[in-house]
Every structure is written in structure tokens, then in C-alpha cells.
Design a protein around this ligand. Sequence first.
Ligand SMILES: Nc1ncnc2c1ncn2[C@@H]1O[C@H](COP(=O)(O)OP(=O)(O)OP(=O)(O)O)[C@@H](O)[C@H]1O
Ligand SMILES: [Mg+2]
Length: 256
Amino acid sequence: MLNNLISVKNLKKSFGGIKAVDVQELSFIEGELTSIIGPNGAGKTTFFDLISGFQNADSGDVFLKANNISNSQPYKIARMGMVRTFQLTKVFDRMTVMENLLFSGSNVNNDSFLRSIFKLNSQKVYEKSLKDKANEIMNNLNIGHMADSYARELSGGQKKLLELARAIINDPEILLLDEPLAGVNPKLAEDILSLIKKLSEDGITVIMVEHNIEAVMKISERIVVLAEGSLIADGSPSEIRTNNNVIEAYLGKSDE
Ligand SMILES: Nc1ncnc2c1ncn2[C@@H]1O[C@H](COP(=O)(O)OP(=O)(O)OP(=O)(O)O)[C@@H](O)[C@H]1O
Ligand SMILES: [Mg+2]
């Protein structure tokens, strides 16, 4: 079989009487670009929260490679190479765009042990290289001209880009993206989509939650569908497009 990078078993999370997530078995394969879709409230964000450590499951297990990371702290999971973005961006409004990136970058690539050995000189080299990297990423995402602006001055779409930049600066092995295209204009959405595709081609395992079905169909190698917390379909875009359970799940919630 192919390499399972992330696997979950009997993963459950309820809020009061609502089953937000109830997934018996689901694995993600190394290098594959997978999208998770499903109606509003299907449990997609909660699923991300559970696998990235932002919420504890009621029961069940999450494995990252051979490690059981159930209930591990988010920063530990990030250091293991799995980094996420948020549906509602979590950029630091009172920091500049550059500071946001330096803060995130220094968070995970924490070779403080080495730095303490080589002391100041190497600290400067380290900061310079992190800054160069931040500049390169910002320029690639067309927010380089905003480097010294406060994050609160960014548009909604630009905040999405900054959030993506903060994830990328950590050189993730796995990137979880929660609605990277939401609230973004069509041109920018195209650009972000191309970037996601490129990250995937560069070898990053991308798992994306997204409501823009056209975009999902276009770039995904695999689509996983959740409804009311449970897995209802899993297949290629063409399989998902014609799957009756999927059509029903969406039509059943046609109050949007
Ligand atoms: N912190 C919370 N407290 C109570 N209920 C919650 C909480 N977080 C999520 N829920 C509920 O759990 C269910 C799943 O929510 P979740 O946000 O995971 O859905 P989603 O698939 O990401 O939806 P959307 O597409 O609208 O972002 C919903 O019924 C939601 O109301
Ligand atoms: Mg969500």
C-alpha cells in the first residue's frame, strides 16, 4: 500500500448533543492533494482542530506517521511538520506583516540549542536568513510591498495570503488549509490555487477544506466528504461528482 502519513481511528467529538466528528477510519497519503468538503456544520473545521491539536477528541486516535499524536499540543504537532491555517485568519493585527512572518518562522524552526552554542554572531546570520526567506515568500504572494504595514491594514484576501505565508515559512511537510479561498476575489483565488498546486508538486502533502467546488474539482487528486460529522464518500473528483450520497447531503441542506 501507499504511505499513510496521517491516520485517524474512531475519532469522535461532540458538543452537547451534536456529533461534530465521528470518523471510524480515514488516512491521508504522503504527497497527495486531498480536499475535504461537506455542508456547513459537517465537522470539517473540528476535524482539523482534532488532528492539529487545537481541540481534544472525546475518544479515538490520531497518528502522524508512526506517532500517536492524539491530544498532543499544537506546537508539538507543528514541529513534527504538520502546520495549519484557520478559516478565520489568526494573524497578529498589531504586528507588521514581516513581524508576523518572523514570529511564525522562529516558532517552529527553533534551533535555539545551536544558536546558544554559536551565540550572537550566528543569531544574526539566522535572523538574516529568516528575513530573506520571509521576503521571498511575501514577494511570491504579492504582499512584499506590505511588509512594514500592520496586519490589521490588510484586506481580507491579503490576510489569507499572510496566513498562508506564515504556514509556508515553517517548511511544512503537511499543510492543512481551512477554506483558503473564502472571501478572496476570483483573480486572487486563481493565484492561491496555483500556489497550492505548486506546493503539492514540491512534495508537500496538502489537505484542504474548501467550499469552492469548482476549485476543489480542479486541483484535488482525492476528495473526502463529511456530513454531520461522518465520512460519507471518498474518491477521485469524477467519482465524487456523481456520488448519490454527496448529492443528497448537499441538497438536503439547501437552505444556503
Ligand atoms: N466550540 C464549539 N461549541 C459548540 N459547538 C460547536 C463548536 N465548534 C463546532 N461546533 C458545532 O459542531 C458542528 C461542526 O462544526 P464545524 O465548524 O466543524 O463545521 P464545518 O464543517 O467546518 O462548517 P463550515 O463549513 O460552516 O465551516 C456544528 O454543528 C457546529 O455548530
Ligand atoms: Mg469550518
